[in-house]
Write a protein of this length. Structure first.
Length: 362
């Protein structure tokens, strides 16, 4: 599959209903909606990654269930997620106002098949497993990675109030102003959709869900300067202003992540303050960057990460401390980190003292 490749559409539902080659994306999406809103599992046929429909190359997409978690994009439009299989491999389908995205993970990264409203082409894009960006900005260095990305601020933090037991976990992803708002859909399909599915299927309790909100263009918040040693402290203060101005209760269920184009500090792909529930993640890092930094906010650690064999190829779990280009990503947390996240959830946000940093009682 080539990045940015597009092809004309031929889609079939099961039972087989062929669409004309000049049909619009909205027609295809409408048929998907009728299928997904019916009895599941259900199967459709879409053009394969190589886009060669003329020679009959197609992929089978089986929608198995609707995920509990939800997504809201910067224009406040909601999205629905579905668990699926694409040619037998695990996939996630995101149905948003803009269209339909099918995300599938491979050893080389995340492949996304996109159908957009009023567009007759199917787009195929690729989010690489390793760091991205131009060569000058992303020149490799032995000091660049995840080591040292957990921050302990000198000022003690107050214990968080108890969370509503019925409320979902809410992860707010703030797109820095340097990122286009239209990138939210791309970022979600490549960096977040597969993580949500894994959290639901392997990590959090079956009666709990995750609500992801993408935000942008908030003066004093999404325009934060970064790239300095004080970046994470600056971001924490911005989050404090944000939650206070909106009357948000700062509980363990609320996480606040700033997504940036470049590194938040010298030699770091991300930064996280677990006790405060805040992080910065650079999209110049590997596509697992958001899962990594948010993992810290749930008590996951570098020391509990591992590398293992995956489909005859070595892979690293989400919390592996080094961005190693020769290792694929396993698209999941290690068993030890799953246990740590589950303990964090079960104990309502408890962090071991060595992760929590200094604290004071009110």
């Amino acid at each position: 599959m080539k990045a940015g490749h597009a092809t004309r559409v031929m889609l079939a539902l099961s039972p087989v209903l062929l669409l004309p080659m000049d049909c619009q994306g909205s027609d295809i999406i409408a048929r998907f909606d009728a299928l997904a809103n019916g009895a599941l599992p259900a199967t459709i046929v879409i053009p394969s990654f190589d886009g060669d429909t003329e020679s009959g190359h197609v992929s089978t997409l089986t929608v198995t269930s609707r995920l509990r978690s939800s997504v809201v994009f910067p224009d406040e439009s909601p999205a629905t997620l579905y668990d699926a299989l694409l040619d037998g491999d695990t996939a996630v389908v995101t149905r948003s106002r803009g269209g339909l995205d099918v995300s599938i993970v491979t050893k080389d990264g995340v492949h996304v098949t996109s159908l957009s409203v009023n567009v007759a082409a199917v787009g195929h894009t690729h989010v690489p497993a390793g760091s991205t960006g131009d060569a000058k900005r992303q020149r490799r260095s032995a000091t660049v990675g995840f080591e040292g990305d957990v921050e302990f601020l000198e000022e003690p933090s107050l214990p968080m109030p108890l969370a509503d037991p019925l409320a979902p976990i809410e992860v707010r992803l703030f797109l820095h102003d340097e990122l286009r708002s239209s990138q939210a859909r791309e970022i979600h399909a490549g960096y977040v959709a597969w993580w949500l599915r894994d959290m639901e299927s392997r990590v959090i309790p079956p009666d709990m869900s995750i609500h992801v909100v993408y935000l942008q263009s908030i003066p004093g918040i999404s325009d934060q300067p970064y790239g300095l040693p004080s970046s994470v402290t600056t971001w924490l203060k911005a989050v404090d202003r944000y939650v206070e101005s909106r009357g948000i209760r700062r509980t363990w269920k609320n996480k606040y992540v700033l997504l940036t184009r470049d590194r938040p500090a010298e030699g770091k792909l991300g930064q996280a303050v677990p006790r405060s529930g805040i992080a910065i993640a650079s999209l110049s890092g590997p596509y697992s960057i958001i899962a990594h930094e948010v993992g810290h906010l749930f008590g996951a650690e570098h020391a509990q990460a591992e590398w293992r064999g995956w489909r005859w190829w070595p892979c690293r779990t989400n919390m592996y401390f080094n961005d190693t280009p020769l290792l694929a990503n396993c698209y999941e947390y290690s068993a030890a980190n799953v246990a740590s996240i589950q303990r964090y959830v079960d104990l309502k946000g408890y962090l071991p003292p060595y992760l929590g940093g200094p604290t004071v009682t009110p």
